[in-house]
Design a protein around this ligand. Structure first.
Ligand SMILES: NC(=O)c1ccc[n+]([C@@H]2O[C@H](COP(=O)([O-])OP(=O)(O)OC[C@H]3O[C@@H](n4cnc5c(N)ncnc54)[C@H](O)[C@@H]3O)[C@@H](O)[C@H]2O)c1
Length: 262
């Protein structure tokens, strides 16, 4: 009787997941590992990723020195980076424009937008030396339909989608694909984790009104009638990162149970 060894879709690929300690990032790291990848797990506190067999590295993606050190550690350990998955992000606690303050705006943009760019730059430099690689960013349907967050969060995710297209345009001719996934509501600790990172535990009155509007709609607007499991987002991310998506670049794949079709 012959035995066959399964070859994973990311077999022997070196993958960085930034924001790997929780939710979508941790699920993505697990799927990538199951698909044969060697995974570097970056997060503020990488202990959260200990359920995943990989290389945990403490890193604040909005800190350029920490990012450079973390990417250097991955290169030292594995010799290269094949795939970068930028998941790290926070929300803005539904802060509406009339209550917006500089601290919330700056921190949300620092992590969601600047952090994505900071992670991408040194990894791209490595990828460009071999003219091969794939990057997947995490946007959000909040960038497509109003009410999925406050003004800073929704704008930051619009920026992530735009940046994805721009970088794809810049490096497509040099063997590197860049895509994004825009998840709809996904069952994670996103709100609580963001509260802790922002040190903002109470919703302002206006934010509470915004949140009640979003929560009131609940899953009534979602044709599939429920939120996503993190693994359902992770599978789309891994598809875009894999060679199965060899002709896909610059795209934003919506994974939202149909939320944005009406
Ligand atoms: N949960 C949802 O409904 C939803 C929907 C659409 C998009 N998203 C996006 O998915 C991504 C992951 O969210 P999640 O729901 O899994 O939330 P999560 O809070 O479970 O995971 C986010 C992870 O990012 C890490 N992180 C945050 N700031 C960081 C920083 N500066 N440096 C390093 N790590 C940092 C956190 O520690 C955490 O482990 C976010 O970008 C979010 O905007 C989430």
């Amino acid at each position: 009787m012959s035995t066959t060894t399964r070859v994973g879709r990311l077999q022997d690929k070196i993958v960085i997941v930034a924001g790997a300690s929780s939710g979508i990032g941790r699920a993505t790291a697990l799927v990538a590992h199951d698909e044969g990848a060697k995974v570097a797990l970056l997060d503020y506190d990488p202990q959260g990723a200990k359920a995943v067999d990989g290389l945990p590295i403490g890193c604040d993606v909005s800190n350029p020195d920490e990012v450079d050190r973390a990417v250097g550690e991955v290169i030292d350990r594995f010799g290269r980076v094949d795939i970068l998955i930028n998941v790290a992000g926070i929300n803005d606690k539904y802060t509406p424009i009339e209550e917006l303050n500089d601290r919330v705006w700056t921190r949300v943009f620092d992590i969601n937008v600047r952090g994505t760019a900071l992670m991408t730059k040194p990894v791209l430099e490595e990828m460009l030396t071999v003219e091969s690689g794939a990057i997947v960013n995490i946007s959000s349907t909040a960038s497509l339909v109003a009410g999925g967050g406050g003004v800073a969060y929704t704008a930051s995710k619009g920026a992530v989608s735009s940046m994805t297209g721009e970088i794809a345009f810049e490096v497509g001719g040099r063997g590197i694909r860049v895509n994004a996934v825009a998840p709809g509501i996904t069952t994670t600790n996103f709100r609580a984790n963001s509260s802790a990172i922002l040190d903002l535990h109470e919703l302002t009155p206006g934010a509470q009104r915004m949140f009640d509007r979003a929560a009131g709609a609940a899953f009534g607007n979602v044709p599939l009638g429920r939120g996503a499991e993190p693994s359902e987002i992770a599978k789309a991310v891994v598809f875009l990162a894999s060679d199965e998506a060899s002709y896909i670049t610059g795209s934003v794949m919506v994974v939202d149970g149909g939320r944005t079709i009406h």
